[in-house]
Design a protein around this ligand. Structure first.
Ligand SMILES: [Zn+2]
Length: 144
């Protein structure tokens, strides 16, 4: 089976989700800010540099692009058939690294939440964000 995207679409998708500070992350950050949550962004002191860190809730949030982080079962996360070996190695390595970083964070006592880009589509966005808010607030960790 061929790549689900044309070459042009593929590079558009990739460029869209390559960097931090891209749209999905801003969307999530703005929503949580509007609900009164305060966070630190891209804190380099933590494994994996989580997109958002909520010290009050001892929670970190990653906003992951489905392609680069190989969202399991997601149609945006198919490995391109052209150059299959290169991509599968690269993307599986990304996923492996994600898992290791998340394990480290958990071992440090942090709650780790991953928001997948596909769940921020206009249709699902509202539910994803309100669930996220609840999940963060639910981990009402109080510093001793
Ligand atoms: Zn996805």
């Amino acid at each position: 089976m061929a790549d689900v995207f044309t070459k042009e679409k593929r590079s558009e998708v990739m460029s869209h989700i390559r960097c931090r500070g891209t749209k999905p992350e801003i969307l999530v950050a703005k929503y949580l800010f509007s609900k009164g949550l305060r966070y630190r962004k891209n804190d380099k002191r933590y494994p994996g540099h989580p997109d958002l860190v909520f010290p009050k809730y001892k929670t970190v949030v990653f906003v992951h692009g489905c392609f680069w982080h190989l969202h399991e079962g997601c149609r945006m996360a198919r490995i391109p058939k052209g150059n299959y070996e290169y991509w599968s190695e690269k993307l599986l390595r990304n996923r492996q690294r994600d898992q290791e970083e998340q394990q480290k964070l958990k071992a440090m006592g942090w709650k780790v939440i991953v928001v997948w880009e596909c769940t921020l589509s206009p249709k699902q966005r509202e539910k994803t964000l309100s669930d996220l808010l609840e999940e963060i607030r639910g981990s009402d960790f109080k510093k001793q």
